[in-house]
Design a protein. Structure first.
Length: 372
């Protein structure tokens, strides 16, 4: 007998995870890691887990792997993207082969976990889940608000697919109370919302790389105090706020021993970020490394003085947790939900978004006292 979502867990369930991108496509950020870690833990608990995803490696290339793969006991089905141009320009992951596959296979699962919100994969799988009576939960990962890019297209998706997707879900997962309120604004009743914050696997940080590995690889002087930004290079991430602050540190406060490292894949803003760095005259004091592998991220955390995540709005950032696991302080904008956790846990600072003076003061004060 099929068991409803929310009832006591039973062993040997067959669970489907649906996400537009999966390991090793870390260029797409937190949902990749969250979907992987949840799936791995479910396998450890004795469940059979299958992942439906696409073959996107990053915003411009494909994964060169078999369509079916085993990742730590997780069966991963990589469906081919129709066109990488759609991925790069519109973040549309159209995997047409998924349709016929889902039609035959969705009915075999006990429960489905949909990751992200406005995706082709969710439309297809939710349709067949409803048809076959398979319960599903949806985790939007902060993608609900219709802000910034493509607001009209997001509205069209919501009207034709999104509201139905939310209505038919057995449960929705919010990362914070902020995201829970976003669900409610979309018409989801409070009793259907479960708040489950992001977490990290602390065992991954039990044996950290030796100090100096990151600096050596990227030819950074040992005495440099690294200010690190880690994440996608997108205009919503507040990178311009950080660059302006850093330029002031260099020019007005004579921060001679510092280096700003901007690490992450280009998500449409790299050219503008580099132009801003050049215009402010700090090109020789800023390093753009591109996407870091997981082991390189750990090395970066060990070698930096502190990390700045200046994004104005985010329902729950992972990077500050990862930095804290490595014993390093973080600075975030106070409009980020995680700022409350940082203040309570006393592992960093929060500043008013866009306040260059405040960020400069905190950064300078801590850079003078921190050792790498």
């Amino acid at each position: 007998m099929r068991q409803s979502v929310g009832e006591k867990e039973v062993a040997d369930m067959k669970i489907l995870q649906v996400v537009p991108y999966f390991l090793p496509a870390y260029a797409f950020g937190g949902p990749v890691k969250v979907a992987y870690q949840v799936s791995r833990e479910l396998v450890r608990r004795g469940h059979e887990v299958v992942v439906y995803t696409s073959d996107a490696k990053d915003f411009g290339s494909r994964l060169r792997i078999d369509s079916d793969n085993d990742v730590d006991g997780i069966r991963v089905r990589y469906f081919r993207n129709l066109a990488l141009t759609l991925v790069k320009k519109f973040k549309l992951f159209i995997t047409s082969q998924l349709v016929s596959h889902a039609k035959e296979e969705v009915k075999k699962f006990d429960v489905i976990h949909l990751h992200e919100y406005r995706t082709f994969q969710n439309i297809v799988v939710a349709h067949y889940a409803k048809k076959y009576g398979v319960p599903y939960v949806l985790q939007a990962h902060g993608s609900l608000p219709r802000i910034m890019d493509k607001q009209r297209l997001k509205w069209i998706y919501d009207v034709f697919f999104g509201y139905r997707l939310l209505r038919d879900a057995s449960k929705v997962i919010a990362l914070s109370r902020v995201e829970a309120e976003q669900y409610m604004a979309m018409g989801v009743p409070d009793e259907k919302i479960e708040i489950i914050p992001n977490g990290i696997d602390l065992s991954e940080y039990a044996n950290l790389p030796s100090r100096g590995c990151f600096k050596k690889k990227f030819n950074i002087d040992e005495d440099k105090k690294i200010i690190l930004y880690l994440g996608r290079i997108h205009k919503t991430k507040g990178i311009d706020f950080l660059i302006k602050t850093y330029a002031r540190l260099i020019k007005d406060l004579k921060f001679k021993d510092g280096l700003l490292v901007v690490a992450g894949p280009d998500d449409g803003y790299l050219g503008e970020a580099k132009s801003l760095v050049s215009a402010l005259g700090v090109s020789d004091r800023v390093s753009f490394t591109g996407l870091l592998a997981e082991h390189e991220k750990a090395s970066a955390f060990v070698d930096f003085s502190f990390v700045v995540s200046p994004e104005r709005l985010n329902v729950f950032l992972l990077v500050p947790l990862e930095a804290a696991a490595c014993g390093k302080p973080v600075i975030v904008s106070n409009t980020n939900y995680i700022s409350h956790m940082i203040r309570e846990g006393e592992f960093g600072f929060s500043v008013e978004y866009g306040d260059v003076n405040e960020l400069t003061e905190i950064t300078h004060k801590n850079a003078l006292t921190m050792t790498c």
